[in-house]
Each structure stands twice: as structure tokens, then as C-alpha cells.
Design a protein around this ligand. Structure first.
Ligand code: ATP
Length: 317
């Protein structure tokens, strides 16, 4: 296989146009978001085939998601469901921080089940990418993730997992058990340092350095582990070696989406046969791009744009 295949829930996203309490918002911008489809878009922008599998409602928000994915050249293998497409509302409380409310309980995406994985698609992938969000959506989604891992492994397809803890969906203790299982089934594992601690059952933030967290996660199974550390960059442990990846300095406008863009850069680079250092430096650039723009996936670069953040010239004619 050559391309990325991912499965998960994509939601309609309403973002307040102005900074301030959502209860006073006068306008909301309608878009879409979802960790897995964000990664698929990031990969497709870099010219690597990407497929997203999921359920959407028979509603205009479902149409919006399909239109965006089509426009981004992401192949969408979608079942339309009687339940509505989930929504999230994002309040921009201050310039730098936002707060999300979910309207996703009983959504179309939460009805995902193993039968939604079409025959041969997982088996034909270059990488299968999953997140720790999907198992929190219900028993069907949890079984779907497990089945995707099983089928990928049986076919010799590398499995990538981004833990992506969502405190609104479950508690850390419950998530931790599932995170360990996901880590054990993964070849590539991405985690924030907080998520690494949840997976490892470490409470004290000072108990382990990022390198120690990455090493402990690697002991659960994956040969490539990346601990993402926001503007502090990332620490990877890949085939036994620890590598520090500095962040690319940019003016941050919106931190949401950096993790997904980072993963997209890493996986696209891996799918095109790049070495570890090139994968990580591309990931740092795509992650940095994401924080320069308010959207979650809109800023993802195309290949010729990768050098824009590091080149000194500001006017490109
Ligand atoms: P999110 O869940 O908000 O999308 P995350 O917590 O999974 O993000 P981060 O650690 O915030 O992921 O970001 C991933 C990568 O993106 C970082 O390792 C870094 O390379 C890059 N990045 C994040 N924030 C910044 C920043 N302010 N400036 C430059 N690069 C950044």
C-alpha cells in the first residue's frame, strides 16, 4: 500500500468570530474538524493519497464535511446515518485560549461499527492512523478501532496512533487502560506529555523527562514514539535513539490543530520514504504552520510551501 487510511468522527465546527464569552457571540464561522480528518487533509495537502472512513448524518453538516474532504482530495468512505452529524462550538475566551462544547452524544459518528471498514481498504493502506478519541465514543467505535488494528497488523500494515486525550469524553483512569492497549498495537505512537503520563499511569508531572516518557512508551511496543510538547517542540524515540525536535519559531494565533498537522507531516514524510530526521523536521514545520492560522486544518502546507517559515524573505514574487 501507499497511502494513509484513517477512521474516526468528523464534526461540524462553529467558531466564534470574536474573542469573548460565547454567550455574547454575534457571529459563528461554520467549518469542520476532527483529529483523523485533519490528519488526512494534512497528508493529502503534501501530495500523498489519504482516505477517511466514517459516518455522517443525512444533513447539511454531513454534506459540508463531504464537500471539504472532496475539495482537499481526501477519499471519503462514508456511511450516512439517521442520527445527526456531531457539532462542536468553540468559544475564543482570550486571544490565545479557547474552550470547546460538544454536541456529539448519539451522533452519526458515534454509530461507527467494524462493518464500516470496507473490505481491503485497511489491508491496502501504507499506514493506518487511529486516535484515542474514537474508543471513547462508544462500544461500536471502540470495536472498530480494535478491528482496524487487528486487520492492519494481520496484513503487515504499519499502525499509527495519536492518543489525543479528551477529558470531556472520559476520565484519565479509564482512558489510560485503553491507551496502553492502543500503544501495544501501534508501530508509531504520538502523545502529548500529559497523554503519555495518562498512558503510563504517572501522576506527577515532574516524575519523568520527555525522553523518559518516550522511552517508557516505546517499551509498550511501538518502534517510533513522539512526545509532542507544543512550542517546546517534540522528543522522539525512534528505533532506540532519542531525538529532540525543536519547534519552528512562529507567531502563534491558534494552537488547535498543531498536533494533527505535526502527525500529518510525519506520516506523509514516512509514506514517501524519508528518513527519521526528515520526517521529524517536516512534522515540526507542518505543526508550526497550523498555529499560524485560526482553523484546525486550513493552514496545512503544500510541498512547495514547506520552506516558507524558515526562509528569511517575506515577499515572494
Ligand atoms: P492539539 O491537540 O492542540 O492539536 P497537541 O497537543 O497534540 O496539539 P502540540 O504539542 O501542541 O500538539 O503541537 C505539536 C507540534 O506542533 C509541536 O511538537 C511543535 O513542533 C508544533 N507546535 C505547536 N505549538 C507551536 C508553537 N507555538 N510554535 C511553533 N511550533 C509549535
Amino acid at each position: 500500500g501507499t497511502g494513509l487510511v484513517t477512521v474516526g468522527e468528523t464534526l461540524g465546527l462553529l467558531v466564534a468570530e470574536d474573542v469573548g464569552p460565547l454567550s455574547l457571540a454575534r457571529g459563528m464561522r461554520l467549518s469542520m474538524g476532527g483529529a483523523e480528518s485533519n490528519v488526512a487533509i494534512g497528508v493529502a495537502r503534501l501530495g500523498v493519497p489519504a482516505t477517511w472512513i466514517g459516518r455522517l448524518g443525512r444533513d447539511p453538516v454531513g454534506d459540508l464535511v463531504e464537500r471539504h474532504l472532496l475539495a482537499e482530495r481526501v477519499r471519503a468512505l462514508v456511511r450516512r446515518d439517521d442520527a445527526p452529524t456531531a457539532l462542536m462550538l468553540r468559544e475564543r475566551r482570550t486571544g490565545g485560549s479557547s474552550h470547546v462544547s460538544y454536541y456529539r452524544h448519539g451522533s452519526a459518528g458515534s454509530h461507527l461499527c467494524p462493518e464500516d471498514l470496507p473490505e481491503g481498504v485497511i489491508e491496502g493502506a501504507g499506514v493506518v492512523h487511529l486516535t484515542g478519541i474514537t474508543p471513547a465514543l462508544g462500544p461500536g467505535p471502540a470495536a472498530t478501532v480494535r478491528e482496524a488494528v487487528r486487520r492492519a497488523r494481520a496484513a503487515g500494515v504499519p499502525v499509527s496512533v495519536d492518543l489525543n486525550f479528551r477529558s470531556r469524553l472520559w476520565d484519565a483512569a479509564t482512558a489510560g487502560v485503553v491507551f496502553r492497549e492502543l500503544a501495544a498495537g501501534a508501530d508509531m505512537l504520538f502523545a502529548g506529555d500529559d497523554e503519555a503520563r495518562i498512558a503510563l499511569g504517572v501522576d506527577d508531572p515532574d516524575a519523568a523527562t520527555p525522553a523518559e516518557l518516550a522511552t517508557a512508551l516505546a517499551e509498550l511496543g511501538p518502534s517510533e514514539v513522539v512526545v509532542k510538547r507544543g512550542r517546546h517542540g517534540a522528543t522522539a524515540r525512534i528505533e532506540g535513539a532519542v531525538i529532540d525536535v525543536p519547534a519552528v519559531p512562529v507567531t502563534a494565533v491558534d494552537a488547535v490543530g498543531a498536533g494533527d498537522a505535526f502527525v500529518a507531516g510525519y506520516l506523509a514524510s514516512r509514506l514517501t520514504g524519508r528518513d527519521v530526521h526528515e520526517r521529524l523536521s517536516t512534522a515540526a514545520v507542518t505543526g508550526a504552520f497550523a498555529v499560524t492560522v485560526p482553523g484546525d486544518w486550513e493552514a496545512c502546507p503544500r510541498p512547495h510551501e514547506l520552506t516558507l517559515l524558515t526562509s528569511g524573505e517575506t515577499v515572494h514574487r
